[in-house]
Design a protein around this ligand. Structure first.
Ligand code: SF4
Ligand code: FES
Length: 273
């Protein structure tokens, strides 16, 4: 780990209060406190990695990209679901920072939670493009691309920015009372594919039309407040509902299929018909 930022002389100190629990042991939970040096740009993840490197290697955290892309470092920071790699200590303006595991997820150890239920809800939305033409999967019959106008792409683009970090799921009060509720992430992904002109599935609205489904959302809006990628899952839910209630009309025009002639395609990426 590169701690040059932390090791600088002009460092300040922050108190890091870290939740500790091990699902495999009956010792209950407690918080451990660490005094950690930090600089203006030190993130909460940097501080936790400093703790692991120099103070207590047994603190369990999950992370990968360190650039708000993989979605694996989610945790509650001073009570609010955030990405640890995207949260600077200096911006929190507190002398003590409390790190706790995400709510609404079973705890595995310390700050690491179990995402199985979350991903099962995600998968139940069939989060992939579905078309009626099986020949598209058969490359011996040619390769196809689908034309979408910038306006077509705009309809789903912001929802495709989801990194599955689970912050919205953790903040959702409905998930806290009904574990069968798919949650804001899954429902927003349902809208993402529903709005995509390449997708021809007729089942999308039926999948969420359940008493534990989309109707359970009380529109608290906390999901959209904590989303680090601007997805606005609450908006996706409301848009989906408007189609289900008949307020919006589903006049989606299927994307035009264009055959691409493999190695003979000398059009420098331009569309051919
Ligand atoms: S919608 Fe936002 S908060 Fe929810 S999982 Fe996706 S990126 Fe994370
Ligand atoms: S480490 Fe990948 S999102 Fe934070």
């Amino acid at each position: 780990m590169n701690n040059t930022a932390i090791d600088n002389k002009n460092e300040q100190k922050i108190t890091l209060k870290v939740y500790r629990e091990n699902r495999g042991q009956d010792s209950g939970s407690h918080h451990d406190t660490f005094e950690v040096p930090y600089k203006k740009w030190t993130t909460v993840l940097d501080a936790l990695l400093y703790v692991k490197s120099y103070m207590d290697p047994s603190v369990a955290i999950r992370y990968s990209c360190r650039m708000a892309s993989c979605g694996s470092c989610g945790m509650k920071i001073n009570g609010v679901p955030k990405l640890a790699c995207y949260t600077k200590i200096s911006e929190l303006e507190k002398s003590t920072i409390e790190c706790e595991p995400l709510s609404n997820f079973p705890i595995i150890r310390d700050l690491v939670t179990d995402f199985s239920r979350f991903f099962n809800h995600h998968k139940s939305m069939q989060p992939y493009i579905q078309t009626n033409d099986s020949t598209e999967a058969d490359t011996s019959k040619g390769t196809f691309s689908f034309y979408q106008s910038p306006e077509d792409v705009d309809k789903y683009l912001q929802f495709s920015y989801c990194i599955n970090c689970g912050l919205c799921y953790s903040a959702c009060p409905t998930v806290g009372t009904d574990l069968n509720f798919p949650g804001p992430q899954a429902l927003a992904q349902q809208y993402r594919y529903f709005a995509d002109t390449r997708d021809e599935s007729k089942k999308r609205l039926d999948i969420v039309d359940d008493r534990h489904g989309i109707w359970r959302c009380h529109f608290a809006g906390s999901c959209s407040k904590v989303c680090p990628k601007g997805v606005d899952p609450a908006l996706g839910i409301q848009l989906l509902r408007s189609y289900m209630l008949g307020i919006s009309k589903n006049d989606k025009v299927p994307a035009k299929k264009i055959e691409v002639n493999g190695n003979n395609n000398n059009n420098n990426g331009a569309d051919t018909e």
